[in-house]
Design a protein. Structure first.
Length: 130
């Protein structure tokens, strides 16, 4: 990966394995969080990035789409061009980084166990009424 980045003139840092307690400091240094996964459920790394106030770019896998609510972009799985377009959109619209970052934090703050329980309860009640 490092050779690929260097060959294409892309500035990327590869910190390797970092300890969990150091993760917030790495996330605070980022502008955008990108998860180009081919297979994913509800990604903890995306949730941590959202809690850190980062805009999100994910591929359309598993539960990723459900986490994007005006706080980032969902691109087609295995689409390097889609990822490039989303990242370039942020590079060309710096204010969007701030807007989507704030929205990520807002969405993350609503992802609580009590909110999940409330939604399950409402779904249950609605199914009983039908």
């Amino acid at each position: 990966m490092q050779l690929l980045a260097a060959t294409n003139g892309v500035e990327v840092k590869f910190p390797g394995r970092i300890r969990h307690e150091e993760l917030p400091s790495y996330l605070r240094k980022a502008d955008v969080f990108v998860l180009p996964s081919l297979n994913e459920g509800m990604s903890n790394s995306v949730l941590e990035a959202m809690a850190s106030g980062l805009p999100i770019v994910v591929t359309d896998t598993g539960g990723s789409r459900e986490l994007i609510k005006g706080n980032g972009f969902v691109v087609e799985k295995a689409s390097a061009q889609g990822l490039k377009n989303a990242i370039n959109h942020y590079l060309q619209n710096k204010s969007l980084i701030i807007d989507h970052g704030l929205k990520s934090r807002e969405v993350a703050e609503k992802l609580t166990w009590s909110e999940a329980a409330r939604e399950y309860w409402n779904t249950f009640l609605k199914s009983k009424q039908e």
